[in-house]
Design a protein. Structure first.
Length: 499
């Protein structure tokens, strides 16, 4: 009965008129962000974080979550119509989706993307509702040693699953951890790495840093690489699937949902890894595999289901353990901290309306997205025709206003600009910035739990190996690190990411 009473509380929260409005706003913004190539949910959430100050925690999280999974829906539109995915999770959707559009089947491609996404999102949210409270209850038994080891495991996993060089991913984690140390030591009150700048006494501004690395950086990069958008279809018709088409996509949708549900939980994985894995599996097991790359509807159904399932289940480690599985979840943790809420298993018990309201809002949001994506496809097509160099100045202005509004301090704008330049340089040097943000978010928590564990053990470092839970997590991290460093696995990993 607890499960159903909690769901009742969740739907009461999600269906509150104010929360319903912000859920719609989040879904609408997310879809628009997904449709416009080159912006993405990370940059958008970073820009909108200052707006959440005036909202209640449950309203803020519901809106930000809507932006995230709304972007997964919207990005399929650009992938199919102009062969330019709005989000990385829809890269493989473009392979067959764009071919279908050139064959006059854009309506069917968009329909199967929307319906597969809706089914996957609904199932993944059910998994979240069933298993997140169980995992949160288990995590409540964790002490500082277990939390430290868990965060070590999360950081190792984010390194191994990051695309590109392992060494560069590790360097980004270390840089993020170092940036997280800037500010005042909570134990001694000593200033660290502030270089005499008073504005750094409370640490680097999370909003300014994330806006710079993922917002300003993206704007510079996209202006430099602006592509001409050749819209194949200006008016989409035939959005209904035939009985044969519907039957042919049932198995791919189910397989994609299963793959996305599992991989979405992994640190560094999420929707992107899920969509690639689902397409790879489907291209090998499908009866229609000879048509893959030539307009196979299964090649749209599987990855779209996987990336939406992955987007929903990536909330599990964030809500229950306070561990972000991707940069968007790091933003979510930042939003919770801004609201004065400590991320972790206590959220489910101390903030039940927030916890269950967010879960229930995902069902509501998924239904909204089906209604937004298909009937409004004409509006999204027109948005695709807006040149990016017209959008960029407006985005920069919004970023500057958002950065300034956090502390009413111009130093935040300078911080954002600096990290925008840093992010651009990192991209140019093939460094993936996502591990940097994960390290920055987890760094202070990692340090806090390390020091607490050492105090409780009277300075005995073996506490991390003598407590069974901590030992198991450390062993898992070590095994994962050793496996990925093996030459055979390392070469296959590099080949997979190149593909």
């Amino acid at each position: 009965m607890d499960f159903f009473s909690n769901l009742e509380l969740g739907f009461q929260t999600a269906l509150n008129p104010w929360n319903l409005l912000y859920c719609f706003v989040g879904c609408l913004l997310g879809t628009a962000v997904g449709v416009l190539p080159g912006l993405g949910p990370v940059a958008t959430i970073a820009m909108l974080l200052p707006l959440t100050f005036s909202l209640s925690p449950d309203t803020a999280m519901i809106m930000l979550a809507g932006i995230y999974y709304g972007a997964q829906y919207g990005s399929s539109t650009t992938a199919i119509l102009i062969n330019l995915p709005g989000e990385a999770g829809s890269i493989v959707t473009a392979i067959d989706g764009y071919e279908m559009a050139k064959q006059g089947r854009a309506g069917q491609a968009l329909a199967v993307a929307a319906l597969g996404s809706f089914f996957a999102g609904t199932v993944a949210t059910l998994i979240l509702a069933l298993f997140a409270p169980v995992l949160a209850g288990f995590a409540l038994k964790f002490g500082p040693a277990e939390y430290f080891s868990l965060m070590v495991l999360g950081l190792v996993a984010s390194v191994t699953l990051a695309s590109g060089s392992l060494l560069k991913a590790f360097a980004m984690i270390v840089l993020g951890l170092l940036l997280g140390l800037v500010g005042t030591d909570v134990e001694s009150g000593t200033l660290r790495y502030t270089f005499g700048i008073p504005s750094l006494a409370d640490g680097l501004d999370f909003v300014a840093l994330s806006m710079g690395v993922f917002g300003i950086n993206e704007i510079i990069f996209n202006i430099e690489h602006e592509q001409k958008r050749n819209v194949i279809v200006r008016k989409v018709s035939k959005l209904m699937l035939t009985a044969a088409e519907l039957k042919s996509v049932i198995a791919p949708v189910l397989r994609g949902t299963g793959i996305g549900t599992v991989l979405g939980i992994l640190p560094g994985g999420g929707a992107v890894l899920a969509s690639f894995a689902a397409y790879a599996v489907e291209s090998r097991v499908s009866k229609n595999r000879s048509q893959f790359g030539k307009g196979a509807i299964q090649g749209v159904a599987a990855p779209e289901s996987a990336n939406n399932a992955g987007a929903q289940t990536s909330f599990i480690p964030m809500l229950t353990l306070g561990i972000p599985s991707n940069p968007v979840m790091a933003m979510m943790i930042g939003a919770l901290v801004i609201q004065g809420i400590t991320p972790g298993p206590n959220v489910a018990t101390e903030q039940p309306a927030l916890f269950w309201g967010l879960i229930a809002s995902m069902w509501v949001g998924n239904l909204m997205l089906v209604l937004l994506n298909l009937p409004l496809i004409g509006i999204w097509v027109r948005m695709l025709m807006v040149p990016y160099h017209y959008l960029a100045p407006a985005i920069v202005a919004i970023c500057c206003i958002g950065a300034y509004s956090v502390y009413n301090d111009s130093f935040s704008i300078y911080t954002m600009a600096l990290f925008g330049l840093v992010g651009y340089i990192l991209i140019k040097l093939d460094f993936e910035p996502a591990p940097l943000l994960l390290g920055f978010v987890l760094g202070p928590m990692l340090e806090e739990n390390l020091r607490r564990a050492m105090v409780l053990s009277r300075g005995d470092p073996t506490v991390f190996l003598t407590r069974p839970g901590s030992l198991m997590l450390i062993v898992l991290a070590a095994i994962l690190l050793v496996l990925v460093l093996l030459p055979s696995i390392r070469s296959r990993r590099e080949e997979a990411f190149q593909e």
